[in-house]
Design a protein around this ligand. Structure first.
Ligand code: MN
Length: 282
């Protein structure tokens, strides 16, 4: 019988605000969980109170990595310095390679109702940090779903059960948006060389821990694993929605300051100077 991975740690995330006052739960990128190389940050947005999201994220810069926005409920308008604009609707994904520099805004296009989704930051290696910016708007209908017994896996990036997702990235990451029905099982085999985690964002899952006991993990939580082999989990009676993120660690130095993620402090200083001089996104 193949080995099964057990829970290493469960992280509840940290409440924070970003942009013009959007309330978030930072799941990765906190004092407790700095990063899971190559994933620098994971923010969870989930509120039905318009005051928690309405101000959005007015114009701000990025350099040195990719941002992935995954919308589950609500609508967000995006515009950037490259001339791209788009409306993210439920199920849509935006994959942006900031590269050497982009300035963009992300503003909710709704006055009431629930807004929920993620923003994930994927680091870039030194050799790609200064590439030309790129942007992909991926509508929900272009994202294939692999349906199995009691589970549905939207393949955003990478391959699952021979189905490859549409997102293009400079990083060989695998991003899956997973729904597991109440009581159903789901499993996945990570590449041995990769880092990976699961973010439970609706409902709860049950996973075997290091003592062979079942441990229940409720949303919102990030779960990391230890051991070898497959990850095996089941959804509790509430069912569960998960984001699965897997990627090959870069193992490069990380210097980060707000929206800039480079390898050295002098590169960060350059990014700040370029932004202040109006040449970051030119
Ligand atoms: Mn941004």
């Amino acid at each position: 019988m193949a080995d099964t991975r057990t829970i290493s740690k469960v992280y509840a995330g940290m409440p924070t605000t970003d942009g013009a006052g959007v309330k978030l739960t930072r799941m990765v990128g906190t004092a407790e969980l700095d990063m899971i190389d190559p994933f620098l940050m994971l923010d969870r947005m989930d509120s039905d109170d318009p005051s928690a999201y309405i101000a959005g994220f007015p114009n701000h810069p990025h350099r040195g990595f990719e941002t992935v926005s995954i919308m589950h409920e609500g609508q967000m308008r995006h515009e950037d310095s490259v001339g791209n604009s788009g409306l993210l609707k439920p199920g849509d994904v935006q994959w942006m390679t900031a590269g050497r520099g982009i300035i963009h805004s992300e503003i909710p296009e709704m006055l009431e109702g629930r807004m929920s989704g993620f923003q994930l930051w994927v680091n870039l290696p030194a050799k790609h940090k200064m590439v030309a910016p790129k942007y992909q708007d991926i509508p929900a209908e272009q994202i294939p779903t692999v349906s199995e017994d009691g589970s549905a896996v939207r393949v955003i990036r990478g391959t699952y059960n021979d189905i490859t997702g549409p997102a293009e990235s400079l990083m060989p990451v695998r991003i899956l948006d997973v729904t597991v029905d109440a009581g159903a099982n789901w499993s996945i085999t990570p590449n041995e060389d990769n880092a990976f985690f699961i973010c439970v964002h609706e409902g709860a899952i049950s996973v075997v821990d290091g003592n062979g006991e079942s441990q229940e993990v409720s949303a919102p939580s990030v779960v990391t694993f230890e051991g070898d082999g497959d990850i095996k989990l089941s959804a509790t009676s509430a069912g569960a929605n998960l984001l699965y993120c897997e990627g090959t660690p870069l193992n490069e130095p990380v210097a980060r300051y707000g929206p800039f993620v480079m390898n050295t402090h002098s590169e960060i200083r350059q990014a700040v100077d370029d932004y202040n001089n109006g040449v970051l996104a030119t």
